[in-house]
Design a protein around this ligand. Structure first.
Ligand code: MHF
Ligand code: KIV
Ligand code: MG
Length: 276
């Protein structure tokens, strides 16, 4: 029995819907979310029972090699969204709106969200911000497009925030809590809490009826998300403290690559069975 089956109480015969995630919260069932940017990871995560996949603007870092998430464009992200949608059968696919594609106001935000649904084929969109983007969330959900919010540390604002910093350490997290209420009231179906103290995210999770998705927000959120290359150990170097590596893909791929290179140099590959 896969986790997807337990999420909506049956075998994996259809896509997960936002309603299933609300129902999971009512039952007290936690669920995992991962980023994905390509068909092979998407299909592995889908078949492994991850009910929600995020085609993150973090593709800027983890696919295109940028320092920050700021440079990625809608035109660059949409083909990755399409690939992930095409490769999956049951996961709900969320497309992450890039920096600059929704800040101008509700009209721009809705226009971009419609492109994600039409051209990307995803099932929901995500955008960063709390009270500030409540009008955008209202406009998008008003058109029937589910919105996942994202508050706490919002990487698209790192130049204003001043680096990667835990948010909500002052005033018992009053700012983060009021952002959480604002996005829920605006109609978001879920909210990502990034780098928020555990007690603050616990309180938000208890108060809101929509699921909370934590990243560096402690154990008490309804769901947990990680960037897949962090989770699988493909990314090397210093990872954020909230990352747990469940595999060493970097080591495995380096070893395979060295062996291939050595066998080509040594004339051992291709052998007879690889030759027509
Ligand atoms: N590979 C990857 N993983 C991510 O989690 C991620 C991305 N890319 N790209 C977009 C954003 C950027 N994020 C980040 C990036 C760095 C830290 C970080 O370095 N955190 C440190 C410092 C925390 C502090 O000083 O309070 C840490 O140790 O957690 C955190 C979140 C999360 N997102
Ligand atoms: C880390 C998650 C929540 C994200 O926004 C991304 O990967 O772009
Ligand atoms: Mg993002």
């Amino acid at each position: 029995m896969s986790e997807i089956a337990t999420l909506y109480g049956g075998p994996p015969t259809r896509r997960v819907r936002t309603r299933d995630l609300i129902n999971a919260k009512v039952r007290g069932d936690r669920w995992p979310m991962l980023t994905s940017y390509d068909q092979y990871t998407a299909s592995i995560f889908d078949e492994s029972g991850v009910p929600v996949l995020l085609v993150g603007d973090s593709a800027a870092n983890n696919v295109f090699g940028h320092e920050t998430t700021l440079p990625i464009t809608v035109d660059e992200l949409l083909p990755l969204v399409r690939a992930v949608v095409r490769a999956t059968k049951t996961a709900l696919i969320v497309g992450d709106l890039p920096f600059g594609s929704y800040e101008e106001g509700p009209t721009q935000a809705l226009r971009t969200a419609v492109r994600f649904m039409k051209e990307g084929g995803c099932h929901a969109v995500k955008l960063e911000g709390g009270r500030r983007v409540a009008p955008q969330i209202e406009a998008i959900t008003g058109a029937g497009i589910p919105v996942m919010a994202h508050i706490g540390f919002t990487p698209q604002r790192e130049h204003t925030i001043g680096g990667y910093r835990v948010q909500g350490r002052e005033n018992e997290g009053a700012e983060v809590i009021s952002d959480a209420r604002a996005v829920a009231d605006a109609g978001a179906f879920a909210v990502v809490l990034e780098m928020v103290p555990g007690d603050v995210s616990k309180q938000i999770t208890k108060e809101l009826q929509i699921p909370t998705v934590g990243i560096g927000a402690g154990p008490d959120t309804d769901a947990q998300v990680l960037v897949w290359q962090d989770m699988a150990g493909l990314r090397t170097g210093k990872a954020p403290r909230f990352v747990k590596r469940y595999a060493d893909l970097s080591g495995a791929l380096s070893e395979a690559t060295r062996q291939f290179a050595a066998e080509v140099r040594g004339g051992e590959f291709p052998a007879a069975e690889h030759t027509f």
